[in-house]
Design a protein around this ligand. Sequence first.
Ligand code: HEC
Ligand code: HEC
Length: 405
Amino acid sequence: MVTLKRLFVAACIIVLAAQLVRPTIDNPPVKADFSGPADVKAILQRACYNCHSNQTELAWFDKIVPAYWIVAGHVEDGRAVLNFSDWDSLPAAVRKGKLFECLNQMTFNTMPLGSYTAVHHEGRISGEDLATLRAYLLTLPAPNLADTARSGAAMRQFAAWRLSPSAATPPISLNGIAFPTGFEDWEVLATSERWDNGTLRVILANPTAMRAFRNGHTNPWPDSSTFAKIAWDASADTAGHIEAGEFKQVEFMIKDRVKYKSTGGWGWARWVKGLALQPYGKTAAFTSECLNCHAPMKDRDLFFSLPPAPVAPTDGYRVIATSVSHGLTSTLMGDAPAATAARSGRPYPDGSNLFLVTWTQKEDPHWFGANIPADTLRTVRVTVGSSAMNALTDSILTMRPSVLP
Ligand code: HEC
Ligand code: HEC
């Protein structure tokens, strides 16, 4: 009995003493607080400000060690990636991007952290909160798709690319990943139109990934499955037809459960600044951004773009161009001779094959801010030199190829 009592006293002393080991959480001055509408701000203040602002207000139970240690870590990490107290000093496009990310994280209960809402009931997000935020996001200025200066830049980039399609191999990514050469010949897995930031995207899968997709082995994807996502500025003409304008960036996810264990089993890499293909980020820790934004897909191996069926009719078709027109989205693909010709500015050789798939669009259920293909509306195949020519086949043969890295 005496020993038990002693143990209990000793434990109490340890717990009490531990209370003194306290990293400080101070509230630095608020420089540029979020200045959006009051109803939106109220949601962020209630559910996010404790970790994402300089106005942290801890509850009494947050202040007890060891909970306090965890809370202090969350506040430090949370402020580092997103701080509403510096909000109005960020460029408008960055603010908009972060808000879309916030909404999507809230929709999938990724944010606020579950460990937080379990005890902080005021931080729970309701359907009404989501609707309020969504309505606000729709009032933010849309990206300017028809900017003529930009389309001038797109034409210059196109001309330069046609002159020398393959530049020198880009430098390795900051986390040590080498630029995966030859990916432009992988099959098309999916496409998306991102109206939140005014880009068109095509997602390509390497042969391992494509085989896994066809066999339904996508959760998890097998090791060495690799995906490339290519992004272009969306460029609209006066009739509202949107095509791939300037090539902006290409990014990759490379599956290796052992090698990339610390980053969700994926190697993440991105090259930016158009054809200059500059490795993205300031330090190797840029991958936390990728992981955080893909976190809502944690139950499907952090993967967004899983279409119901493969896009390409057969192996070996390669992407040539992508476009969106009045609620329809199309991707032009070609066999190897057709793709090679398109990419080097030569006419399609006789006997080469082109394939245009057109889908109706739907909202991406996993990303408010994107439209993705819904149902296949039409597939048109052209064999150069032997298909009957009409307005449609003619328009296919004259489509401008999208610039590829
Ligand atoms: C209990 C603390 C906590 C609360 C409350 C919280 N977050 Fe977070 N949040 C974090 C932490 C920790 C990270 C991850 C930082 C890291 O490790 O990179 C994070 C990351 C994020 C990111 C990723 C940012 C980036 O660029 O990587 C977004 C977006 C985000 N939170 C939005 C929200 C929103 C919106 C709310 C409120 C609805 C919220 N969070 C509430 C702790 C919190
Ligand atoms: C702000 C959110 C966000 C961030 C940050 C982000 N992604 Fe993504 N990512 C998406 C969305 C949404 C998709 C689905 C396709 C689309 O609509 O663009 C996607 C898709 C992808 C794909 C295609 C496979 C898939 O999951 O659909 C790759 C590859 C990819 N991202 C790589 C990266 C890399 C590398 C980084 C970090 C450098 C990164 N992503 C950061 C939101 C994000």
